[in-house]
Design a protein around this ligand. Structure first.
Ligand SMILES: Nc1nc2c(ncn2[C@@H]2O[C@H](COP(=O)(O)OP(=O)(O)OP(=O)(O)O)[C@@H](O)[C@H]2O)c(=O)[nH]1
Length: 502
């Protein structure tokens, strides 16, 4: 029972904690998904704002003649836009030879040439007018890391006529990314669709421009799917992270947000530690209490057993005492006291029921001689054997064989008339003869017994034990005096003692 309760508690705790862990991880997945969504929107908006300016700029340059006045006007507009849009490092118009025609930062045009820049080369070679995002580069003006978004300018005949370009500060993204709580082990990135890393938090020296070709988040996920999530163990620091990634809708970029699983589960771990400690205390208490309970039950059972044992012993002692009090030690028959008490009871019962009561008194013939010949101990043994034979005369429940005294034995037979009593006495004498116990002092050569039978039929209220005993004694005397080894009846019931044949 105690073991079952403990097992139940443990199972309950494991299931509860496991579910809490699952929930914590699900919440972390949702958080990283939301962060990725916010980053993608932010990047999309950031580039879109710059791109909108480029579209406007390209339109103006296509329609206006590039007169100094209009160019100055445009340059003022570029400067205003750079102030308006904090993500902008600068806006630039580059002519078909790579020279800076206009720039929002008021640099001396003509000093700087972008002929070798990737975006310039790209647009010169590609006729499409869609925006192009470059690899990250360091500004030639102040060394700041930027990524450019650019569009091709066409002449009236469709030939390459330069580039409009917005340089977007990567620090702008880094600053925005600081707003997110990604913990110590978390990370967010902004990268190109071909796997070039643009921005990373936390920032690493070699982060910008690095290829993600071998990173699992790109190789196995972002390079294949538009968005999704993944649990990835970092090959660099071994940390398991819950990642969510998403490609931008309008530009060839993607973002990813990752949360450290260890950090996500930190509070869950401390909860588990608390639960386990509580559980250990609870289980210890349960085991201790259970142990005490079991010990108390055992003690109670032991005490009950001891009490039962003691009661049985007392009952046994009582029975022994009662037997000792009512049994004759030598013959095992009822003793004199027992006989006296039973006689009074039988007289009363028979008188009440109007039934007869018979008494057979038996005396060993020439027993003195037996003792003298074989010794007193042999005499005792002889008495024991005779008693067993006499005991067989007890045929019904109320019958009693007892030792009246010395070598005199009696058989008290309630509800037994004279005829039956004589018959029982004869049977008893025959049984004794059949024992064939040798007795030199007896003319028959064997131990014999004389019997006197007296009957009160029916017993009256006035009858007393002494008169019945007296009559039986008288009949016994008669049996002795007329040759022994025979049954005589007293004349109590008929008025005269009779000699019965042996
Ligand atoms: N061994 C033994 N002898 C007993 C016991 N009780 C009485 N006796 C003896 O029984 C004998 C009875 O002798 P008596 O009364 O003279 O009668 P008897 O010798 O049997 O002769 P009759 O009765 O006339 O046949 C005595 O010697 C008693 O000592 C007993 O418990 N054990």
């Amino acid at each position: 029972m105690v073991v079952l309760a403990c097992a139940l508690l443990v199972v309950l705790a494991v299931v509860t904690d496991w579910r809490a862990r699952k929930q914590q991880l699900q919440e972390a997945g949702a958080t990283s998904h939301n962060i990725a969504l916010a980053l993608a929107r932010h990047a999309d908006d950031t580039f879109k704002q710059a791109d909108t300016t480029l579209i406007f700029l390209a339109e103006r340059l296509r329609h206006d003649e590039r007169k100094p006045a209009s160019l100055r006007e445009l340059e003022v507009f570029l400067a205003q836009q750079t102030v308006e849009l904090p993500q902008l490092h600068g806006l630039f118009v580059i002519d078909k030879d790579g020279k800076w025609l206009l720039n929002s930062r008021q640099y001396q045009a003509g000093h700087v040439n972008s002929r070798d820049r990737e975006y310039y080369l790209y647009h010169r070679q590609h006729e499409d007018l869609s925006p192009h995002i470059s690899m990250p580069v360091q500004s030639r003006a102040n060394g700041e890391w930027v990524v450019t978004i650019s569009r091709r300018l066409n002449g009236a005949d469709g030939s390459f006529d330069g580039v409009v370009m917005a340089a977007i500060r990567l620090a702008y993204f880094s600053k925005f990314y600081e707003n997110f709580d990604i913990g110590e082990g978390g990370a967010v990135i902004l990268a190109g669709n071909e796997g070039t890393l643009l921005v990373r938090r936390p920032l690493r020296n070699d982060s910008i421009g690095k290829s993600l070709a071998q990173a699992a988040i790109f190789r196995d996920h972002a390079a294949i799917n538009a968005s999704g999530s993944a649990r990835i163990r970092s090959s660099q620091d071994g940390v398991i992270r819950i990642n969510s990634y998403r490609h931008l809708d309008r530009y060839p970029l993607f973002v990813a947000a990752a949360l450290s699983e260890q950090e996500v589960l930190a509070s869950w771990r401390s909860d588990v530690l608390l639960h386990v400690s509580g559980l250990i205390v609870l289980l210890s208490l349960l085991v201790w209490l259970g142990g005490r309970l079991i010990r108390q039950i055992e003690l109670r059972v032991e005490a009950e057993n001891a009490a039962n044992h003691a009661r049985e012993h007392v009952e046994f002692l009582n029975r022994t005492l009662q037997n000792l009090a009512t049994q004759d030690g030598l013959t095992g028959l009822g003793n004199r006291r027992c006989f006296d008490e039973e006689m009074v009871r039988a007289l009363r019962r028979c008188a009440r029921e109007g039934k007869p009561l018979a008494l057979i008194m038996l005396d060993v013939d020439f027993f003195k001689r037996y003792n003298d010949t074989y010794g007193h101990l042999a005499g005792d043994e002889c008495l024991r054997k005779l008693s067993q034979a006499i005991r067989q005369g007890q045929k019904r429940e109320g019958d009693l064989a007892a030792r009246y005294g010395g070598e005199e034995l009696v058989l008290m037979l309630p509800d037994c008339d004279g005829g039956n009593a004589v018959a029982i006495a004869e049977e008893t004498l025959a049984r004794i003869r059949a024992l064939q116990l040798p007795h030199q002092g007896n003319p028959n050569g064997i131990v014999t017994v004389s019997a006197g039978v007296a009957v009160l039929d029916p017993v009256s209220e006035d009858d007393v034990a002494e008169s019945l005993i007296g009559q039986a004694d008288k009949a016994l005397y008669l049996a002795k005096s007329t040759g022994r080894d025979r049954v005589c009846t007293s004349g109590a019931s008929t008025g005269a003692a009779q000699l019965m044949p042996a």
